[in-house]
Design a protein around this ligand. Structure first.
Ligand code: DGI
Ligand code: FE
Ligand code: FE
Length: 191
């Protein structure tokens, strides 16, 4: 337990040096929200905190640099990510969590990897990180956040449905291209 806390503080300090002030504030906020959901749904709280802390650990560069780094790391890149390289911060973040932050836990790495698009049949930690990223207390732009936040602590699958529906509607109404992973996740949970 003592070691867990030291590890969490070490990760926080490194992230604070790497990320912008606002990204770091979001990061801490997500990790606290992950902790709360882990308590509610009886998941390992420290693992949820680490996943929340590291979910955006690659989000300190522009799209071009992400693409460059992902190519150099030998990560598989979809055509969609080539067009919208910002989405790569999830895959690249999972890679950095492993290589730079020495995380070997597969659940943590996969929760980071799918945090932007989601994926079908997510495990509990994947759901916790996906939902926390959307509802953390510093978020304010999305519609009906009050309802979504409340449902997050009542029925996490119902909450996923609301988030996926609103995200898809938002992407459609902004005329943005939609990643296959986002559509697959929507179809899995909402149809
Ligand atoms: O990194 P964050 O800003 O904390 O949050 P995130 O990793 O969920 O990324 C947020 C953005 O990703 C949000 O504006 C919705 C967008 N997104 C999710 N799925 C897709 C997508 N954007 C596009 N263009 N296509 C998608 O399929
Ligand atoms: Fe993100
Ligand atoms: Fe985030």
């Amino acid at each position: 337990m003592d070691n867990d806390i030291k590890e969490i503080i070490r990760i926080q300090n490194r992230l604070q040096r790497k990320l912008s002030d606002t990204r770091y504030a979001h990061t801490v906020s997500v990790s606290h929200t992950c902790a709360c959901l882990a308590m509610k749904y009886e998941y390992d709280v420290n693992k949820a905190i680490v996943a929340g802390l590291l979910h955006d650990c690659a989000k300190y560069m522009d799209g071009k640099e992400m693409l460059d780094k992902a190519q150099k790391a030998g990560l598989s890149i979809t055509d969609y990510e080539l067009n919208k390289p910002d989405l790569l911060h999830a895959k690249l973040g999972s890679y950095y969590a492993n290589k730079k932050y020495d995380i070997n836990d597969e659940d943590i790495l996969s929760a980071i990897k799918c945090h932007t698009t989601g994926k079908p049949n997510m495990n509990l930690l994947e759901k916790i990180v996906y939902v926390s990223d959307y509802i953390e207390p510093l978020r304010y732009k999305m519609p009906r956040l009050d309802v979504i936040r409340k449902i997050a602590f009542e029925d996490i699958d119902e909450c996923l449905k609301l988030i996926l529906t609103d995200t898809l509607n938002y992407l459609k109404s902004s005329g943005m291209m939609i990643d296959k992973a986002t559509i697959d996740t929507y179809n899995y949970y909402c149809k």
